[in-house]
Write a protein that binds this ligand. Structure first.
Ligand code: SAM
Length: 211
């Protein structure tokens, strides 16, 4: 039987999140990666773990966006961002964890997972949900930090994760997200990885494999 996902509620993190991300968006190029990620968004889009909605300004004119975010503190800020940005498409903001998406089977042409697969409690359940809600021919777009392929960095990621998880709402620095996505029945059509293919950031577009 599927376990009920734990409640997500981090008011301090939510209040600090945009300020924490601001320098990374510009100086570390996260904004540029968001732009690249969103260039592939098409049709009916579902974004999981929408946070405060930092991806919203990068969306092309899609048909519709369903944005899910389980933390009410993040969601309130996302609602303010949605209201303050003029879009050509409508946005539905839903309170739900990715492990139990309140949307019908096959109802999304694109699912966006951005800096969230590192944090989700049960990433396998979440990816099974992504498969369920994607329409045939749909695509999963990911921008994530992952376990490095460099042993010294991996060691540091393992060592820091127990502390970092507590500070950053459950975020794992050492999750093998690309492996998890492929094991869940996806194949990357495009995959960029920092550090000449061995670093800790990935951005990619995946389609479902048969079966
Ligand atoms: C690092 S933030 C990323 C927010 C946003 N996607 C972005 O790119 O800025 C991680 C987000 O995942 C959300 N989250 C935590 N557990 C989750 C779950 N089980 N399902 C979906 N989202 C979750 C958090 O509330 C938080 O908003």
């Amino acid at each position: 039987m599927m376990q009920r996902p734990a409640e997500v509620r981090h008011p301090v993190l939510a209040s600090l999140y945009d300020g924490f991300m601001r320098p990374q968006e510009k100086l570390l190029g996260v904004g540029r990666q968001r732009e690249r990620l969103m260039a592939d968004a098409r049709g009916r889009v579902l974004e999981i773990g929408f946070g405060t909605g930092l991806n919203l300004p990068y969306y092309p004119p899609v048909d519709h966006l369903t944005a899910t975010e389980p933390d009410p503190n993040m969601r309130r800020r996302a609602g303010e961002r949605v209201a303050s940005i003029e879009s050509t498409f409508t946005v539905d903001l839903l309170g739900a964890p990715a492990e139990a998406l309140p949307v019908p089977d096959g109802s999304a042409d694109t699912v966006v997972a951005c800096l969230v697969l590192c944090t989700i409690g049960d990433v396998r359940a979440a990816l099974a949900e992504v498969r369920r809600v994607l329409a045939p021919g749909g695509r999963l777009l990911v921008l994530e930090h992952v376990r490095s392929a460099a042993p010294a960095v991996t060691w540091l990621q393992h060592a820091a994760t127990p502390v970092w998880r507590n500070l950053a709402g459950g975020c794992h620095l050492d999750r093998e997200t690309v492996v998890e996505v492929e094991a869940a029945g996806f194949m990357f059509e495009h995959l960029w990885r920092s550090g000449d293919g061995r670093g800790s950031f990935v951005q990619g577009r995946a389609r479902m494999t048969a079966g």
